[in-house]
Write a protein that binds this ligand. Structure first.
Ligand SMILES: [Zn+2]
Length: 250
């Protein structure tokens, strides 16, 4: 399926060093991720409502936050493919950076909200309706995430993109998150303990961890970018010297 998508949507798919081809790969993986995550969000939100489970609802929002991250990743690849111009001599990286930071911040807020609600469910448990069919659907949704993980990793390796490799790893982590939710639902049948609330707290912590991690990576990348900006000026000065033809990777 990965190969079919690449053949369908990417021209000159072998020329992965070209900015234009990289942009196409990045946008393809972002669009597929966005579509899958929005689908999973709606599916899990519905199941969450039908069963009254807070842990499933939290898992739904975990997928929605991934969808938002895909959107930022699309912006990022579009921006990277755009050459710097007179008005923006350092390119358009800041757009992606600020949008990414806002999304990371929203994800942290969502995590906090679910942490509060889930903790409340531990103190005041509410009945959760058990349904084998709905659980089976959740289990199948894990296969979607498993495929997304393989898809992102495959494209990430192809164009050597740390962003896509990280997205692939995140998809695999999400499979485990949903597995814990499913196991929690089954366990909840055999005990009077507020398992749903406990699992909700776990999922909320996972969302928080992903959000904080995303904030940290972006802040770190910003300082790296500043350094390259300075080195670019240095290399321009060097190139002004008639003896030196070009300067790379300073
Ligand atoms: Zn995720």
């Amino acid at each position: 399926m990965t190969k079919a998508l690449i053949r369908l949507f990417i021209r000159d798919a072998d020329k992965t060093k070209y900015a234009r081809v990289r942009e196409q790969y990045g946008v393809l993986s972002g669009a597929v991720g966005l579509a899958c995550n929005v689908f999973l969000f709606l599916l899990k939100l519905t199941i969450g409502f039908l069963t009254g489970s807070i842990s499933i609802a939290a898992d739904a929002f975990n997928n929605l936050s991934d969808g938002l991250s895909c959107l930022i990743s699309i912006v990022g690849f579009k921006v990277a493919g755009k050459a710097p111009d007179a008005k923006h001599p350092f390119g358009y990286g800041r757009t992606e950076y600020i949008a990414g930071l806002i999304v990371a911040f929203i994800i942290v807020l969502v995590g906090f909200e679910f942490l509060k609600t889930s903790a409340d469910r531990i103190i005041h448990p509410e009945p959760v309706a058990f349904s084998g069919v709905l659980l089976a659907i959740l289990a199948v949704s894990m296969l979607v995430k498993l495929w997304m993980g393989a898809f992102n990793s495959s494209i990430g390796r192809r164009i050597e993109s740390p962003v896509l490799l990280a997205a692939g790893q995140d998809s695999r982590n999400d499979v485990i998150t949903t597995l814990v939710v499913v196991l929690g639902m089954v366990a909840g049948r055999f005990t009077t303990l507020p398992v749903d609330g406990y699992v909700g707290v776990l999922v909320a912590l996972f969302i928080l961890w992903a959000g904080v991690g995303s904030c940290a990576t972006r802040l770190r990348r910003c300082s790296v970018r500043r350094r390259t900006r300075r080195s670019r000026i240095t290399s321009r000065k060097l190139c002004a010297n008639p003896i030196i033809l070009s300067a790379y990777m300073i």
